[in-house]
Design a protein around this ligand. Structure first.
Ligand SMILES: Nc1nc2c(ncn2[C@@H]2O[C@H](COP(=O)(O)OP(=O)(O)OP(=O)(O)O)[C@@H](O)[C@H]2O)c(=O)[nH]1
Ligand SMILES: [Mg+2]
Ligand SMILES: [Zn+2]
Length: 331
């Protein structure tokens, strides 16, 4: 097993230098269950625990290794190892996890209470944002996912799965293009094998891809298709509420025959972003470019004369909903 096939590159090499020649080897976290890790090194998989110092120095969830992370380990024997350090992450995807009360969910975003980041995958090159065309489609949610991915520096690719269940697929593709003109969108159906070839060009040796999206959209089904095998458990959407069952309960790293690393993640229930304004403006390019045309640079887009936003809303080239979702994310 070469480290390159596991996603190792110059960035990690650089960060590993301080451990080199001291008995450490590099390994990537493939699975994690309550303090027990499975890490993959050049010599195969090992059960791994964290060193005392590692744990002592870790305060919040984010300080602990997660699937996709590279760690510096020392092997104990053929099957066991201890991790001593986490190599700096190139990027990561997190969701906000409520850790104390007082919170409410507004527009799928947690407000109030205390929240902590829970990382669902790290060191990612391409993020497949998966949504289902079986009533799962929600443009606001897709927008938030795009923002999340762009803020991580990974490349977003949108997969509209279950196109077999939808007869106006192109309407949905158009909706996405209207909010994110430069992002690739692929309507696919795993079950009916429609357009699945589109995915292969993204599976390149040394690349790490992740599948993210709500529960039940078909992330694990797509992965099973790509591996020609049932590598991940899947299950039907609950008929009582039409929602996914959270079948995948923790992230899992898998290696494709192409040499690509694939991470399956548990479907998100509540997605909250960690994006800055810079990133926000990338996924609302249309709005920011309008704002730059407002007569006054401090225009509040309310009653000011010469407001390009107001004008665009009046002539129907910008929807009020879209402007509101921009304001909401800005807040
Ligand atoms: N009609 C149709 N159903 C699909 C398609 N792809 C997946 N499904 C079904 O959708 C259901 C959920 O699929 P999963 O792969 O378990 O979904 P998931 O996104 O991994 O869900 P979590 O692990 O809970 O996050 C399964 O019953 C699949 O058979 C598709 O292209 N068309
Ligand atoms: Mg799954
Ligand atoms: Zn204005």
């Amino acid at each position: 097993m070469s480290l390159e096939k596991l996603g190792w590159n110059a960035y990690f090499e650089d960060n590993f230098k301080i451990y080199q020649g001291k008995g450490f080897v590099a390994a990537r976290v493939v699975n994690q269950q309550k303090g027990n890790y499975i890490v993959r090194s050049e010599n195969g998989d090992l059960n791994c625990k964290l060193s005392g110092k590692f744990m002592y120095n870790s305060d919040v969830k984010k300080d602990y290794p997660t699937v996709g992370d590279w760690v510096a380990i020392k092997t104990i024997n053929d099957t066991e190892a201890i991790a001593y350090a986490l190599l700096p992450r190139k990027n990561y995807f997190a969701r906000k996890l409520a850790i104390s009360g007082g919170r409410k969910i507004k527009n799928n975003i947690i407000v109030g209470g205390n929240i902590e980041e829970q990382i669902i995958g790290s060191n990612i090159d391409i993020a497949f944002i998966v949504c289902g065309l079986d009533n799962n489609f929600n443009i606001g949610r897709i927008e938030r996912y795009i923002t999340l991915v762009l803020s991580s520096t990974a490349k977003p690719v949108i997969l509209l799965n279950k196109c077999d269940l939808c007869n106006n697929v192109s309407d949905y593709v158009d909706q996405i293009h209207s909010i994110a003109a430069n992002i690739e969108v692929y309507p696919i159906s795993v079950l009916n094998n429609i357009n699945m070839d589109a995915l292969y060009k993204f599976l390149n040796c040394g690349t790490t891809v992740v599948f993210i999206g709500s529960s039940g959209v078909g992330k694990s089904t797509i992965i099973n298709y790509l591996f020609h095998n049932e590598v991940q458990k899947t299950s039907a959407i609950s008929s009582s509420n039409g929602k996914g069952r959270h079948t995948t309960s923790s992230s899992q790293l898998l290696q494709h025959s192409s040499g690509c690393v694939v991470i399956d993640t548990p479907g998100t229930k509540e997605l909250q972003l960690w994006a800055d304004e810079d990133v926000l403006s990338q996924s609302f390019e249309d709005i920011t470019s309008l704002i730059s045309q407002c007569k006054y640079s401090n225009c509040k887009h309310d009653k000011e004369p010469g407001c390009a936003i107001k004008k665009a809303i009046e002539c129907g080239t910008l929807s009020i909903e879209r402007f509101n979702s921009y304001k909401k994310q800005l807040r």
